[in-house]
Design a protein around this ligand. Structure first.
Ligand code: BES
Ligand code: ZN
Ligand code: ZN
Length: 492
């Protein structure tokens, strides 16, 4: 495992490679004048070799044998545009490159982009997210990374406290994100509803409590949405309820709901093969709720957080629900199932009602809900909807801090009649493909206690990446773990 440490400036251990973050096209690209120093000369050489300081760009320059014998440079892009996200990406690229050069120890000074704590946090996150790999199923023992330690440099003792706080937070944020990634990347026949419960139990050490409902209990309560979706699967469903209660006075009581479909075949409304390839990721919402609790145990914010997730497969087994079937959700509303592939909203209906009954101050749900969201926003922006402006604003601010992108879509009231059924209260999809993401949101709203602020984040577009991306390899991204942690910490 890669460790990130705080280190006072020079001297470093002799096997440490010095790295520098470099702005594009600046006179003093490292933020300070280093005229005549060996690192300045090394940068000149890197530039001759085509290094420009563009974001994500990395260069190595071998010295003449004196220590440190090589320098690494990573681009931050133009100084005017640089943000904490630029630094996460620079660090991510840097550690990957260092690892391929079999460098064991790397030392660098983070760029100060808005305070010591956020800067050291972002640098730590970039390093740990960038070096993430999922190797559990590789038959040949893959060497853990060559890179062992990233030393983040402080100038003097006055920086120690704030910088260390940033590193500590960065470790917790990145660890939780990578935990969610592991759950998402695991094959769907191994990440079963039962395994997800095990994962939830593994994070439920004091002060975190967990309650797990089994199939019989789900049935007795009347969670007809969950039971309906589960009917085509050979594995029983579970419902998890995690609670974190701080010792300090509670500033806010937040409910987080996650969609936990451990595999979405579409059910009888079967998906085409290509569309199914990534559907092991349909439990990303539940994975990130669990991952957030892993972090809460360490962050200990003065906020009560409750996490809810229904877990089941969506399969076309012989007892599968059929288009035309009618289900009754926990609040008594009846739903005509026209398309068994719109199953996320069916399990979330029960989840949202259950969460509302615990009387939280607000409810946020996260779900890989609609393919339409991928069409609307592409692969790096999540959809955001909700009933409360303040809550939406606060989530947007948290997303900015995390460097994750969300875009608000309207919960257009005049579209709600599209979800009316002739023979039940609601149907689970509109008559056409139009406004698919908004209709998903409007459907969920039917199950939210109107007295409580509510927001819905559709992560269908961002939860899983088919290709390597700036902060990690192809696969589960763990997106929204860090945004929601920032959100929770905003009530400090
Ligand atoms: N899990 C899918 C949504 C999805 C699609 C997530 C692509 C990630 C990538 C969801 O259960 C689904 O299939 N939704 C349907 C709803 C439709 C039938 C109203 C969809 O988007 O096609
Ligand atoms: Zn589906
Ligand atoms: Zn789904």
């Amino acid at each position: 495992m890669l460790s990130v440490r705080l280190t006072r400036f020079l001297p470093f251990p002799s096997d440490t490679c010095l790295a520098a973050l470099v702005y594009e096209k600046e006179k003093n690209p490292m933020g300070v004048s280093l005229a005549g120093s060996p690192i300045e000369k090394a940068l000149e050489i890197a530039k001759k070799d085509g290094f420009e300081g563009k974001i994500g760009q990395v260069a190595i320059v071998h010295g003449t044998g004196r220590d440190p014998s090589r320098y690494l440079f990573a681009g931050l892009g133009p100084e005017k545009e640089a943000t904490l996200e630029s630094m996460r990406r620079a660090l991510s690229a840097l550690v990957r490159q260092a690892d391929t050069y079999r460098i064991k120890n790397l030392a660098l000074r983070p760029a100060l982009l808005g305070g010591l704590t956020p800067s050291f946090q972002a640098a730590t996150e970039g390093a740990l997210l960038g070096l993430y790999r999922y190797t559990t199923y590789k038959s040949k023992e893959e060497p853990a990374s060559h890179l062992q330690t990233v030393h983040l440099l402080i100038k003097d003792a006055s920086e120690q406290r704030e910088a260390q706080k940033g590193i500590d937070r960065g470790l917790v944020f990145a660890d939780a994100t990578n935990f969610a990634r592991d759950l998402i990347n695991r094959p769907p026949s191994d990440t079963t509803p039962e395994m997800m419960c095990k994962a939830a139990k593994s994070v439920a050490r004091p002060p975190i409590k967990i309650k797990v409902l089994n199939k019989a209990q789900i049935g007795r309560l009347g969670m007809g949405g969950i039971l309906g979706v589960n009917r085509g699967s050979g594995k029983p469903p579970y419902f998890i309820h995690l609670t974190y209660r701080p010792k300090s006075p509670v500033r806010r009581n937040i409910a987080l709901c996650g969609k936990g479909i451990t595999f979405d075949s579409g059910g009888l409304s079967l998906k085409p093969a290509r569309a199914m390839e990534t559907m092991k990721s349909d439990m990303s919402g539940a994975a990130l709720v669990i991952a957030i609790f892993k972090a809460l145990a360490k962050l200990k914010p003065p906020v009560e957080v409750q996490g809810f997730a229904a877990l089941t497969e969506n399969m076309p087994g012989e007892n599968a629900m059929k288009p035309g079937d009618i289900l009754k959700a926990l609040n008594g509303k009846t739903i005509e199932v026209l398309n068994t592939d719109a199953e996320g909203r069916l399990i979330l209906s029960d989840t949202l009602v259950y969460a509302g009954r615990q009387k939280p101050d607000e409810i946020i749900d996260v779900a890989t809900l609609t393919g339409a969201c991928v069409v609307a926003l592409g692969t790096s922006i999540a959809g955001l909807m909700g009933t409360d402006e303040k809550l939406i604003h606060r989530i947007k601010e948290a997303a900015k801090r995390a460097g994750e992108k969300v875009w608000e879509m309207p919960l257009e009231k005049s579209y709600a009649p599209l979800l009316k059924s002739k023979i039940a209260d609601l149907k689970n999809m509109g008559p056409e493909r139009e406004a698919g993401t908004i209709l998903g949101g409007l459907f969920l709203k039917e199950f939210v206690d109107p007295a409580r602020p509510w927001a819905h984040i559709d992560i269908a577009s961002t939860a899983f990446s088919k290709d390597d991306h700036p902060l990690g390899p192809a696969g589960g991204t763990g997106v929204m773990v860090r945004t929601l942690l920032h959100y929770i910490l905003s009530y400090q």
